[in-house]
Write a protein that binds this ligand. Structure first.
Ligand code: XUL
Ligand code: CO
Length: 437
């Protein structure tokens, strides 16, 4: 069988923080136990099929400079077979247990729906065999309801019911594929579920269409016995101007409004959070506190650019903050850290894929190590507990327990004295974090 990454002779090894080898881990030591679990169990890294193998380095101004050997063959199906081989070779050499795919990046769309279905089935059968041979696993599958022009006005929220039906049929097959590969989750990302202008949009009906679509998916999962977790991936815009799954809070409200709350968790993407005007950790925490943090698309944006740059994570502060939330909620369960990230356009070598993933894995491993120290030291939490200590008794406890009323509070405040204020000590706490980093 062709070897696609011949420069990598053996799986990437852990060599420790002093190593200067760019093809070694300095922090990710997969069997090292931290807070009762191995690093591999905490982090559950996944490779994103679309960016890693199918990305060509295109941008809106120019063609793709990457020349990947697996993307050369006589037919689209042969290319898909070669790409599958490249995936399993890459994962094995990198030492990542999971991958994620869209139906249309793992298998080519055919001339008809039936042909697309056959292509998908062919590749999924091969992937099943490869998973059995290697022990590698599927974190999640999803359907691409955004690339084909038929979906320009939406999949679930299309004004044409026949296009929504097409999308539903496609989701059915993508769920079948995910189940066949024992995928641990299934993702819904609604890049075209939204609107460009309200002048032509029936907003009320489109939201109802989306809810009905998701209810059909829930029903089908029950029917086939798919027990993986359903995940919604919020994003405010791009490609559509206004997307219905804007951010975590919006999605939680939508799920409640349409009786879908129990069936979905969130897949939080770092760069989607920042596009929504939030930090990554804000979105993680809002989801986590609702018991809805299911999985993470681990990437980052660029503070100078206002779009979804999907860069590989490299910021220790961000990964530390993220890992604090993930560790404190007891892990991601069936979810993981999927690198929904692409190398920069000028990073044209196959080895750049390794540098990118190794760096990203290391920066999350380092974030985990630091987060564990901060949590076990307890200083940050002690400060927070003290800051809210007045809520433990008296009027604070009464308000929280619903025992207080405005009239009795007014009488007490009138009889009392001016409450004191105290420092939030932000700089002190920032210095504290820097002691660990
Ligand atoms: C797009 C994006 C998607 C989803 C899966 O911004 O993040 O790749 O992760 O459809
Ligand atoms: Co994503």
């Amino acid at each position: 069988m062709t070897e696609y990454f011949p420069e990598i002779k053996a799986p990437i090894a852990y060599e420790g923080p002093e190593s200067t080898n760019p093809l070694a881990f300095r922090y990710y030591d997969k069997d090292r136990v931290i807070a009762g679990k191995t690093m591999a169990e905490h982090l559950r890294f996944a490779v994103a099929y679309w960016h890693t193998y199918k990305g060509e380095g295109t941008d809106v101004f120019g063609a793709g400079p990457y020349d990947r050997p697996w993307n050369h063959a006589a037919t689209p199906l042969e290319i898909a077979e070669k790409t599958l081989d490249a995936n399993f070779e890459f994962m094995t050499k990198l030492g990542v247990d999971y991958y994620c795919f869209h139906d249309r990046d793992i298998a080519p769309e055919g001339a008809t729906f039936a042909e697309s279905a056959d292509n998908l089935k062919h590749i999924i059968d091969l992937a099943e065999k490869k998973q059995k041979e290697t022990g590698l696993k599927l974190l999640w599958g999803t359907a691409n309801l955004f690339s084909n022009p038929r979906y320009m006005s939406g999949g679930a929220t299309n004004p044409n019911a026949n296009i929504t039906a097409y999308a539903a049929a496609q989701v059915k097959l993508a769920m079948d594929a995910t189940k066949q590969l024992d995928g641990e989750n299934y993702v819904f990302w609604g890049g075209r579920e939204g609107y460009e202008t309200l002048l032509n949009t029936n907003l009320k009906q489109e939201r109802e269409q989306l809810a009905a679509f998701l209810h059909m998916a829930v029903g089908y999962a029950k029917k086939i016995g798919f027990t993986g977790q359903f995940l919604i991936e919020p994003k405010p815009c791009e490609p559509t101007k206004h997307q219905y799954d804007r951010d975590v809070a919006t999605v939680l409200g939508f799920l409640r409004e349409f009786d879908l709350y129990d069936y979905f968790k969130m897949n939080i993407e770092a760069n989607h959070a920042t596009l929504a005007g939030h930090t990554f950790e804000h979105e993680l925490l809002i989801a986590s506190q609702a018991g809805k943090l299911g999985s993470v698309d681990a990437n980052r944006g660029d503070v100078m650019l206002g779009w979804d740059t999907d860069q590989f994570p490299s910021d220790i502060y961000e990964t530390t903050a993220a890992m604090m939330i993930i560790v404190q909620q007891g892990g991601l369960g069936s979810g993981g850290l999927n690198f929904d990230a692409k190398v920069r356009r000028q990073s044209i070598d196959q080895l750049d894929l390794f540098y990118a993933h190794i760096g990203a894995m290391d920066v999350f491993a380092r974030g985990l190590i630091i987060a564990d120290k901060i949590i076990s030291d307890g200083a940050l939490e002690a400060n927070r507990i003290e800051r809210y200590s007045s809520w433990q008794s008296g009027v604070g406890a009464d308000i929280l327990a619903g025992r207080a009323d405005l009239a009795s509070i007014e009488a007490a405040v009138r009889a009392g004295s001016e409450p004191s204020i105290r420092s939030g000590r932000q700089e002190y706490l920032e210095n504290l974090i820097n002691r660990y980093i």
